[in-house]
Design a binder for this molecule. Structure first.
Ligand code: SOE
Length: 392
C-alpha cells in the first residue's frame, strides 16, 4: 500500500451512493491515519457509471471489475453490487491482495459465505483485511447501547426483541426489482433487512444465535416487471413476473446460554418506513433503540426508586457518545448517512493498525447460517433448526 488507501467501488446503485458518501466524508471529519482516495467506480453501464463518478466524486469510472482488481494502484475494493456477485468479486479481490469491504448480507448462500470467510482468513495471514457492511452497528446510539449492555446496565439479559419493518411492498404495483428475485438477492426481507436485525441483536448482546424456528411468507406473488431505473427506484414496465423471495420472515431464536429472542423482518408493515428496532430486557433494566428515532435510546433503570421508574429517553448527541464528537456541536443530530462514514473510519483504522475489522467475514458467515436455518425451519413447517445445520 502507498501512503494513501486507493479505493475501487464495484456497483453504483443506492448503496453505491451511500458508500460514496462515507468515503467522501470520513476523511474530512475524522482524523484518519491514512489518506483515502476515491480512485475508480465500476459498473456495467458505461454512461450510468460515468455519471455516478462525476456526481459522487470518483476520479475515474470503468466497466470491467476484473481489470480494476488487477490494477497495482488499487488497495481496497468496496463491493456494493447485489448479493449474487459478492462471492466472486470478494474472493478475487482478496486473492489479488486488496482489502475488501462487502455489503450485507455477505452472500446469497452459506456455501458462498463459507468460501468468502475462508478467503478472508487466508488473506488475513498476508495482512489483507475484510469487513462486511452491517452499517447500523455504527449508528452512535447502537454502539452506545452495546457499550451500556457490556457495562452491565441491564444486568442479566432475559429476552431480546429485534425487528426490521418496512412497507414499500404494500403497493402491489411496486415492480419486480432485483431484491425480489432469489437468483440475485438470495432471499427477501429475511436477508435484506432481517440480516441487519440478526447482526444487531448479536452485536449488542455479545451472544450468538444457536437455534432458530420460524416461518417466511410471500404476500404478493407476481409483480410488474421493472422497466427504467433499478433497485428501489425502478419503474414498472409491461408484463408480470414471479416474486421468488419472502416478503415477511418471523422467527424465534435461542442464543448461546439459553436466552430467547424474537425476530421480525417485513416489507409489509404498513406505515413503518425504515423501523429497525431492538429491545433488550434484563434483571436490572432494559434498553431500546429504533432507527426511526436514531439519535436516541430508551433506558429503563430497575434499580431506581420505584416512584422514579419508567423508560427515559437518552439523547445520543453528546461528545462523550461514540463517533459524535467529530461532527457538530453538542446536541446536534446525525442521520442515516453517518453510519457509512463511521464504517470507513473503523475500517481504515483497522487496516492501518494491522488488525481484523468487525464485522468480519466470519461474522457475516454466521449471520448467513442463521438466515439459512430460518428458511429451513419454514420449509419444514415448524421446529428448531440448528444454526449451521443447513450448508447451502
Ligand atoms: C432496502 O430494504 C434497504 O435499502 C436495505 O437493502 C438496506 O440494507 C437497509 O439499510 C435499508 O433498506
Amino acid at each position: 500500500m502507498s501512503g494513501t488507501l486507493r479505493v475501487a467501488m464495484i456497483g453504483h446503485g443506492f448503496m453505491g451512493a451511500a458508500h460514496s458518501q462515507g468515503w467522501r466524508t470520513a476523511q474530512r471529519v475524522f482524523d484518519l491515519p491514512v489518506e483515502t482516495e476515491m480512485a475508480v467506480i465500476v459498473g456495467r453501464n458505461a454512461e450510468g457509471v460515468a455519471d455516478a463518478a462525476a456526481k459522487w466524486g470518483w476520479a475515474e469510472s470503468a466497466t470491467d471489475w476484473r481489470e480494476v482488481i488487477a490494477r497495482d494502484d488499487i488497495d481496497l475494493v468496496d463491493i456494493v453490487t447485489p448479493g449474487d456477485s459478492h462471492a466472486e468479486i470478494a474472493i478475487a479481490a482478496l486473492e489479488a491482495g486488496k482489502h475488501v469491504l462487502c455489503e450485507k448480507p455477505l452472500a446469497n448462500t452459506v456455501a458462498e459465505a463459507e468460501a468468502m470467510a475462508d478467503a478472508a482468513a487466508r488473506a488475513a495471514a498476508r495482512g489483507i483485511r475484510a469487513m462486511v457492511g452491517f452499517t447500523y452497528r455504527r449508528v452512535p446510539a447502537v454502539t452506545f447501547l452495546r457499550d451500556l449492555i457490556a457495562q452491565g446496565a441491564v444486568g442479566r439479559i432475559a429476552q431480546v426483541r429485534a425487528s426490521y419493518r418496512q412497507d414499500w411492498l404494500v403497493d402491489p404495483d411496486m415492480p419486480l426489482g432485483w431484491r425480489l428475485q432469489k437468483e440475485h438477492a438470495g432471499s427477501g426481507a429475511l436477508g435484506d433487512i432481517g440480516a441487519h436485525a440478526i447482526d444487531l441483536a448479536q452485536f449488542v448482546t455479545g451472544m450468538q444465535l444457536e437455534r432458530v424456528s420460524g416461518v417466511v411468507d410471500t404476500i404478493v406473488k407476481q409483480r410488474p416487471l421493472q422497466g427504467a431505473g433499478s433497485g428501489l427506484s425502478g419503474t414498472a414496465a409491461e408484463g408480470f413476473g414471479e416474486v421468488s423471495v419472502d416478503d415477511i420472515a418471523i422467527f424465534t431464536g435461542r442464543f448461546a446460554g439459553g436466552v430467547l429472542g424474537s425476530f421480525e423482518a417485513t416489507r409489509f408493515a404498513t406505515g413503518r418506513k425504515n423501523a429497525l428496532s431492538i429491545e433488550v430486557s434484563g434483571d436490572k433494566g432494559a434498553l431500546a433503540f429504533d432507527l426511526e428515532d436514531l439519535n436516541s435510546l430508551r433506558f429503563y433503570d430497575r434499580t431506581a426508586p420505584n416512584q422514579l421508574q419508567g423508560f427515559t429517553k437518552i439523547l445520543v448527541t453528546e461528545p462523550e457518545h461514540p463517533y459524535v464528537a467529530a461532527w457538530w456541536p453538542a446536541g446536534h443530530t446525525l442521520g442515516y448517512e453517518h453510519g457509512f462514514s463511521h464504517q470507513v473510519k473503523d475500517l481504515v483504522e483497522a487496516i492501518d493498525a494491522g488488525i481484523d475489522p468487525h464485522p468480519s467475514f466470519a461474522e457475516g458467515l454466521q449471520v448467513q447460517r442463521v438466515l439459512a436455518a430460518v428458511e429451513q425451519s419454514s420449509e419444514r413447517d415448524s421446529g428448531w433448526v440448528g444454526v449451521g445445520e443447513r450448508t447451502l
